[in-house]
Design a protein. Structure first.
Ligand code: PLP
Ligand code: ZN
Length: 422
C-alpha cells in the first residue's frame, strides 16, 4: 500500500498523510488530490504488462489506484470499466471530422460512468472498516453506489432529490439501498448527507468531497490511452508508451469526471507512459453553467447558479469540484462550452441513429458540445477527437421520447400500415 503517499490540497497545496484526513482540506475545504509514488508504480507495472492483462475492468489498473484489491471476484464490482471504444463513421462524416472516437460508459454494470467511482469508494470503505456508506446523488452516483454495495454486501444510504428520474430511483430501491428522497435540490441533499455522515459515523461518497471518486474516474483516462493506442497502432510494434487523442469531450456537472480524467492523464504523464495530455473540453448545459461562466470570465471564482436543464445528471447549482474542473480545461488547452436543452435532445437522437449508442441527456451533452465546437472552429478536421458518453438512455425514458417523438397507432391491416408509413 505504500504507493499511496497521501493527499495534496488543490487550493493551498498543503500535504496530508493517508490517514490524516478523510474528505477535504481542513484549512480551506479544498478538494484533495491523491498523491502516488510513481517511482514505485513504474517498477511494478508497465504498458507492456498491461497489454498482457486478461482483466477487462478498471481493476487491471490496480497498481495505479490508492486501494487494495477489493475482492468480490465474479461480481459486477469486477466488471466496471473497459467500456467499448467505437469509431462512429457516419457521425464523423456529418461533422466533417476524419478521426472521431466514441467511448460508451453507459455500458457499465449500473449503466453509467459513476460505477468507476463507486467501485473504488467501496474498496476504500472496506479498507477503513466503514460499516455504512452514504451519498447524495442526482441518481447515477446513488445507483452506482447501490449496485456496487450490493456486490460487496455493504449497507448504503442514498439521498436524492425527489425529482430524480424514476428509472434511477428504481435502481436505488432494487439494489436494496436505504433510499430517502429529499424535498429539495441535489445541493440540499448534498449538505444533508454530509451532516448525516458526521452525526451517524457513516462513510460519505459524495462527488467532489470524497477524494477517492476522482481516483475511480481517472481509470477512464487510462482506458482512453490504452484502447486508443491498440486501435490506431494495430500495425505498430508493442511499445512502452501510449498514444493519446488530441481532444476529449465530456459533460460536466459537479466537475468530478473531468477532474478525474485530468488526474488520470497527469498520472500517466508522471509515469512517462504518455507524452502529452489531450485538450479537455468540458460541456455544460446552458441551464447549469457555473464552471463555464467562470471559464469565460477568466476567474477561478465559481458563482453558484439556479440550475434548470433536462440533463438531470449535470443539473448542479454549486459544482463541488469546480476549481479542478476549471483547471482541467485551462491547463490542457481545452475549453468550456454550453449547449441548450434542444441541442442535447438532438444529440441523443443523432448518437442513437448515426452511432447506435443510446445516451441519457447528460451523456449526450458531450456530443452536443462537439457539434458546437465544430461550429465555432475550435477543433480541426484532422484532429483525433474522443467523445465520452457517460450514461445509458434507458435511465431517462421520458427524455428519450421527447427526442424521438411518438410512434403511430394503426388498425391491423395493410392499408392502414401503408398510410402510416407514407
Ligand atoms: C454525474 C454525471 C455527469 C457529470 O459528472 P460530474 O462529475 O458531476 O461533472 C455526466 N453524465 C452523467 C450521465 C452523469 O451521471
Ligand atoms: Zn487547503
Amino acid at each position: 500500500m505504500s504507493k499511496f503517499l497521501g493527499y495534496c490540497c488543490s487550493i493551498c497545496q498543503a500535504e496530508y498523510g493517508p490517514d490524516e484526513v478523510t474528505y477535504t482540506c481542513p484549512k480551506d475545504g479544498g478538494n484533495l488530490n491523491v498523491v502516488l509514488d510513481y517511482e514505485r508504480i513504474r517498477k511494478q507495472i508497465s504498458p507492456e504488462d498491461l497489454a498482457e492483462s486478461h482483466d477487462n475492468s478498471i481493476w487491471r489498473y490496480l497498481p495505479l489506484l490508492p486501494v487494495d484489491d477489493p475482492g468480490h471476484l465474479g461480481t459486477p464490482l469486477r466488471a466496471v470499466g473497459w467500456t467499448p471504444l467505437f469509431t462512429p463513421t457516419r457521425l464523423a462524416q456529418h461533422l466533417g471530422l476524419h478521426h472521431l472516437w466514441l467511448k460508451d460508459d453507459g455500458r457499465n454494470p449500473t449503466a453509467s460512468f459513476k460505477d468507476r467511482a463507486s467501485a473504488v469508494v467501496i474498496a476504500r470503505a472496506q479498507m477503513i472498516g466503514a460499516e455504512v456508506v452514504v451519498t447524495a446523488s442526482t441518481g447515477n452516483a446513488g445507483a452506482a453506489l447501490a449496485g456496487m454495495a450490493a456486490a460487496a454486501g455493504m449497507p448504503v444510504v442514498i439521498l436524492a432529490p425527489k425529482t430524480a428520474p424514476q428509472a434511477k430511483v428504481a435502481q436505488l430501491l432494487i439494489f436494496g439501498a436505504r433510499v430517502v428522497l429529499v424535498d429539495g435540490t441535489y445541493d440540499d441533499a448534498f449538505d444533508l448527507s454530509i451532516e448525516a455522515a458526521e452525526a451517524f459515523d457513516w462513510y460519505c461518497r459524495n462527488t467532489g468531497y470524497n477524494p477517492f471518486t476522482a481516483e475511480g474516474k481517472k481509470t477512464a483516462a487510462f482506458e482512453i490511452c490504452e484502447q486508443y493506442t491498440y486501435a490506431v497502432g494495430a500495425v505498430r510494434e508493442p511499445t512502452l508508451h501510449w498514444e493519446t487523442p488530441d481532444a476529449v469531450f465530456v459533460s460536466v456537472g459537479d466537475g468530478n469526471i473531468i477532474s478525474g480524467l485530468h488526474k488520470g492523464f497527469k498520472d500517466l504523464l508522471s509515469l512517462g507512459w504518455i507524452e502529452r495530455i489531450p485538450k479537455l473540453f468540458g460541456i455544460q448545459s446552458e441551464g447549469s453553467a457555473a464552471i463555464y461562466n467562470a471559464f469565460i470570465k477568466g476567474t477561478e471564482e465559481i458563482v453558484p447558479v439556479k440550475a434548470d436543464t433536462i440533463a438531470d445528471s449535470i443539473s448542479v447549482d454549486l459544482p463541488r469540484d469546480g476549481l479542478r474542473a476549471l483547471r482541467a480545461a485551462s491547463q490542457t488547452g481545452g475549453a468550456y462550452l454550453t449547449v441548450r436543452d434542444e441541442e442535447i435532445l438532438a444529440a441523443v437522437r443523432d448518437l442513437a441513429r448515426d452511432a447506435a449508442v443510446f445516451a441519457e441527456p447528460a451523456g449526450a451533452t458531450a456530443y452536443a458540445g462537439l457539434v458546437e465546437a465544430v461550429g465555432q472552429n475550435l477543433v480541426q478536421k484532422n484532429e483525433h477527437i474522443l467523445v465520452l458518453n457517460t450514461g445509458n438512455g434507458l435511465k431517462d425514458v421520458p427524455a428519450a421520447m421527447k427526442a424521438a417523438g411518438e410512434a403511430s397507432v394503426i388498425k391491423p391491416n395493410l392499408e392502414a400500415l401503408q398510410q402510416a408509413l407514407t
